[in-house]
Design a protein around this ligand. Structure first.
Ligand SMILES: [Zn+2]
Length: 723
């Protein structure tokens, strides 16, 4: 239905954003009680986009203006399209080798469903009362048969990527075809939790006027694509008969939900009855709004409501007009004859028969010298038989013709390329992953007592590694006055990161087999952003160990979100959390006694920070091996450097615990030892050492390092040499 249009959508959207909790909470509560899924995340996605870029609201107003103008033409033409609109489609299937790697047939089945909904008369599953408004939308979807470079494609791209789980918009950056020429559909295992205001989101679309070209399209769960394969028996909810993508394509073509802003808001379409709140199931007797005349029941068969797929069967003529307006004013290039020819979707249209795209992956690529790797062929784009030629330089076997070679072993530490050549009757394709296999030595790179305070400008240093499911990683940062020993720490700039991202910081391998009661200790700083509804109450830190060069990981400890804060638990209001001093740091000792004796000579540790949209997260002073008792040296009271900055002779005061082997040295910022002040057995108690710099040392930052029983403590020293 349509209210008098005077920038109403603009005003509604503004109101909705600023009163988000109240309005959305109220309208969604209806579904919350009985439903485990939320059909669509388009509204939540739109609100996020507008929050980031309020100028979208002006474009929304422009869109409505264009639509009002177009509507006049549409009516004059007796509601007939100037032509049938043909839309080229590409699916990007993100998978980890499971059933989410859906078949080409399932994608084609979805195309067939789209065309039953958008292209043909509409009386199926539609009550007679709505036959007068049910529309043949005259829009046809076709799988592309030519890719952006003019190469043969079957319209489905496949990418092995763990980001298919809890997927965010980040996947769109990894695989997308020009969004003004193709309708891009990203298929994932499941969708980011941030969209789940009351259940599992099945899909989300970008409106024609919102967001950028890069994010334009639809993200959808694999078990909601079409109606066959996994979609016949989805993980959540009932089979949706391919209606989820029909619904999202409606948003992508400019349609709102009929329950948009409840009875008095409206979807800006005249012939859809007003709806109070999403309708689930298939309730034909519901009439949630009576402010329409004549007072019609809710049109639960409308694709833009939330009813079950088996209940849906129609778009209205008004919705058709709005979608045609979108295609003519906002998505013009897509359906032009020249683009249909370029994408291989013009008449006479035929399914493609292409040469393969060679592609493969392995679930474990980080192994010990004694390990073996199983490779998975995932070549695509070709129907029918393919042959394979694998090249494994440095491995045994060095070549293979198997489709999925197993037990490929490497004898020597190093990094190795892997190549696959896939061939069918149409041609062949070569795919190489550079330095894909990392083979690690069979004994620890470092002895017990490895410490890292992230003081040196190389990061990650000494075989430490970082990785993440996001675009950013753990990084090194100056913590200045807020430091806990030394002046730097490792951190995740978590403010502004999408919820669900995971950040890994991994140590080198260590031999702790000679230590009777080994301990991993470290300091961290973290703050909570909000008390409820996300924020770092749901961030978490896991600590894992691997004794097989990273092939498998065992959890050693975990700090859940409600215990993670080091600022006292109450939400931290500043924009960016930054530790203000030692009181913002917490020390953690992870007892490693549970690690079997035989697995201690080549062990590495992983810090696994899981973001749920909380604040920045810091780690410092990691120690692997010995139990503590000397950690008091982390405190300024027990280990200090003065004066600092220093223009000449510098004093280093150490309150030594009960320890034997010590080394006190001064290093430059590249880790080169400048002076050793003390080395060997030491006695307990307070001692003062002096450092008199050679005149050839330049002014600048130096590090004073005290190593006791293999554990290191550092202090920064600012040296000012003679003027
Ligand atoms: Zn929707």
């Amino acid at each position: 239905m349509e209210m008098n249009f005077t920038n109403r959508k603009y005003l509604n959207m503004k109101r909705k954003i600023y009163l988000f909790g109240c309005l959305l909470g109220a309208s969604m509560a209806f579904g919350q009680q009985t439903h485990d899924h939320e059909k669509c995340g388009a509204d939540t996605y739109y609100e996020q986009q507008v929050e980031q870029n309020p100028e979208i609201l002006q474009r929304a107003a422009q869109f409505e203006q264009d639509y009002q103008t177009y509507k006049v033409t549409f009516n004059q033409n007796q509601q007939k399209a100037p032509q049938k609109f043909i839309i080229p489609v590409v699916f990007h299937v993100f998978h980890i080798g499971g059933s989410e790697n859906i078949s080409w047939q399932q994608c084609q089945d979805q195309i067939d469903t789209l065309n039953r909904a958008f292209n043909g008369p509409k009386f199926e599953r539609t009550r007679e009362i709505f036959w007068g408004v049910a529309a043949d939308c005259e829009i046809e979807f076709r799988l592309a048969t030519l890719d952006p470079n003019g190469n043969c494609t079957d319209g489905v791209v496949r990418i092995y990527d763990p980001e298919t789980e809890n997927a965010t918009d980040n996947i769109k950056l990894k695989s997308a075809w020009p969004t003004n020429r193709y309708f891009n559909i990203w298929v994932v295992k499941d969708i980011n939790r941030a969209f789940q205001s009351f259940g599992t989101v099945l899909g989300y679309a970008q409106f024609p006027w919102s967001g950028g070209a890069q994010s334009d399209g639809v993200v959808i769960r694999y078990d909601n694509v079409g109606s066959i394969g996994p979609a016949a028996n989805p993980v959540v909810g009932v089979p949706q008969w391919g209606s989820t993508l029909v619904h999202e394509a409606g948003h992508w073509l400019g349609l709102y939900h009929p329950f948009q802003d409840s009875c008095f808001g409206g979807d800006q379409v005249e012939d859809t009855p007003p709806v109070q709140a999403p309708n689930f199931g298939c309730n034909h007797s519901i009439n949630s709004c009576s402010n329409d005349n004549p007072d019609l029941p809710d049109m639960v068969e409308n694709y833009m409501d939330y009813a079950n797929g088996s209940c849906m069967g129609a778009f209205t003529i008004g919705q058709k007009a709005r979608m045609h307006g979108t295609l003519i004013n906002w998505r013009q290039k897509l359906w032009q004859e020249s683009n249909l020819i370029a994408t291989g979707t013009a008449d006479p249209y035929m399914a493609a028969a292409c040469a393969p795209k060679a592609y493969f992956y392995a679930t474990e690529t980080n192994i010990c010298e004694t390990g073996g790797i199983n490779f998975k062929n995932n070549s695509y784009n070709a129907n029918g038989a393919m042959t394979y030629e694998w090249l494994f330089p440095g491995a045994s076997p060095a070549t293979s013709n198997a489709s999925n070679p197993t037990g490929v072993t490497y004898g020597t530490e190093g990094e190795y390329d892997v190549t696959l050549i896939a061939t069918n009757s149409k041609g062949s394709d070569t795919f190489t992953r550079k330095m894909y296999v990392k083979v690690n030595g069979n004994t620890g790179q470092f002895g017990a007592g490895l410490t890292e305070g992230f003081e040196f400008p190389v990061f990650p240093i000494n075989n430490w590694t970082v990785s993440s499911t996001s675009g950013i990683n753990f990084a090194r940062i100056s913590t200045g006055e807020g430091s806990i020993g030394g002046g730097y720490a490792a951190y995740v700039q978590n403010s502004g990161i999408e919820a669900g991202a995971r950040f890994y910081l991994e140590t080198p391998t260590v031999d702790i087999s000679g230590v009777s009661a080994p301990v991993l200790s470290f300091y961290y700083a973290s703050a909570q952003r909000r008390t409820t509804g996300g924020g770092s109450t749901s961030d978490a830190l896991g600590i894992y160990s691997s004794s097989d060069c990273g092939k498998t990981w065992q959890q050693r400890s975990t700090i859940p979100g409600n215990q993670l804060s080091t600022t006292g638990g109450s939400p931290y209001v500043a924009v960016n959390f930054f530790p203000a001093g030692p009181h913002h740091w917490k020390k953690v000792d992870v007892n490693l006694n549970a690690i079997p004796a035989g697995q201690r000579n080549n062990i590495r540790f992983r810090f696994d920070f899981r973001s749920n949209g909380g604040h920045n997260f810091f780690i410092d002073n990691v120690n692997i091996g010995f139990s503590t008792g000397i950690e008091q040296l982390a405190s300024e009271n027990n280990f200090s450097v003065y004066p600092n900055p220093s223009a000449g002779q510098t004093n280093i005061r150490v309150n030594m615990p009960d320890a034997q082997n010590t080394k006190l040295e001064v290093l430059d910022m590249f880790g080169k030892t400048v002076s050793v002040l003390s080395e060997g057995a030491s006695t307990a108690g307070e001692q003062t050492f002096t450092f008199t710099p050679n005149t050839d040392l330049s002014s600048g930052m130096y590090v004073v390092r005290l190593t006791v029983d293999g554990q290191s403590f550092t202090r920064k020293l600012m040296l000012i040499q003679g003027q």
